[in-house]
Design a protein around this ligand. Structure first.
Ligand code: MN
Length: 332
């Protein structure tokens, strides 16, 4: 940890904490874990999330007040954002420096932009949850009894979410030890797994049923591609937060090296109209593919937002993936 961040967090009294926009389990769990840890050190912490909280993360709230908008008279000693790799991923309507104080960025994305007044970015960490755990330890919350169980539960969810349940290649012996420490501090594996992965709202299953019928393949089965348009979401009753994770079904197929999921935005986001989610099964670096399309992420999981129609987005994705795979053969 840089001494400056420690000094800011030890010396300040009131902090603003938020994850990236459209929060995932790591962003939201890290923010909640940090907030709960800082409160155990006697600090006042506001958690800000202007976006809807995805249904599979709702169990992490545990009755805590999450601010959908910020009080007009709010002032903070510093603001901390978790899992944010670029300014474009900052939560909407984030206050200016004179209101929020210095901006601290906690992150683990290898592909990122440099921003923030103080940064801890550990690209070897499995998740930002791991970065937060190390920070809380450096702040003096050591030993299982020092970290509040609700903080441990949130950080455990961050780790489990970003490692796919300790399955992805980011999982190391240290990750598994971290999991054990968090369980000792009060995290519960089954409720976490059930909340994150197992308990689906019924419309999500209806969406999956249709998505499975729509998976296409290209480049001799090395690319799996799924398109989701607004009509499909409307018909199944599914919401955008239920799309997260469906890209993994393309990657399940033997021989698939890249799985892509494209979904139409409604209303169109500030930067485009189609969101792209990419997953790699092996050696292909999808962060590079996403980067070529104006996005970013990790080697095995990345994304971008494209300013074009669904059909045009698909053509661009196929062309970029094709270059990356070095193949020209298209098949279905
Ligand atoms: Mn993350």
């Amino acid at each position: 940890m840089t001494g400056e961040i420690g000094a800011l967090l030890r010396g300040g009294h009131r902090f603003l904490v938020a994850g990236h926009r459209s929060p995932d389990g790591d962003a939201f769990g890290s923010a909640l874990g940090l907030a709960r840890g800082l409160r155990a050190l006697g600090k006042t912490v506001d958690v800000y999330c202007p976006d809807p909280i995805p249904s599979h993360l709702a169990f992490l709230v545990e009755g805590e007040e999450i601010l959908r908008e910020l009080p007009g008279a709010g002032r903070w000693d510093a603001a901390v954002v978790t899992d944010v790799a670029a300014p474009s991923l900052m939560p909407a309507a984030f206050p200016s420096e004179e209101i929020r104080g210095p901006l601290i960025v906690l992150d683990h994305h290898a592909s990122h932009e440099d921003f923030g007044d103080h940064v801890i970015r550990d690209i070897a960490a499995c998740s930002t949850g791991e970065v937060v755990w190390g920070l809380l330890r450096d702040l003096g919350l050591t030993g299982p009894s020092a970290v509040p169980p609700a903080a441990a539960r949130a950080l455990y969810a961050a780790v489990v979410s970003d490692t796919g349940g300790f399955r992805f290649s980011s999982t190391t012996a240290a990750t598994l030890r971290l999991g054990a420490e968090l369980v000792e501090a009060g995290a519960e594996p089954w409720p976490t797994a059930r909340g994150l992965f197992e308990e689906w709202p019924r419309p999500r299953l209806e969406l999956l049923r249709e998505v499975l019928c729509r998976i296409d393949f290209a480049f001799d089965g090395r690319l799996a591609i799924i398109e989701i348009d607004r009509e499909l979401l409307g018909r199944t009753g599914a919401t955008d937060d239920m799309i997260d994770g469906l890209v993994g079904y393309g990657r399940r197929v033997a021989g698939v090296e890249v799985a892509a999921l494209l979904w139409e935005q409604d209303p169109p986001s500030e930067t485009g109209r189609v969101r792209l989610s990419l997953r790699a099964s092996g050696d292909c670096d999808v962060a590079k593919i996403a980067g070529a399309l104006g996005g970013g992420g990790h080697r095995s999981a990345a994304g971008a937002t494209l300013s074009c129609s669904l059909a045009a987005a698909r053509a661009r994705v196929e062309a970029t993936v094709g270059e990356s795979l070095g193949g020209t053969v298209r098949g279905a």
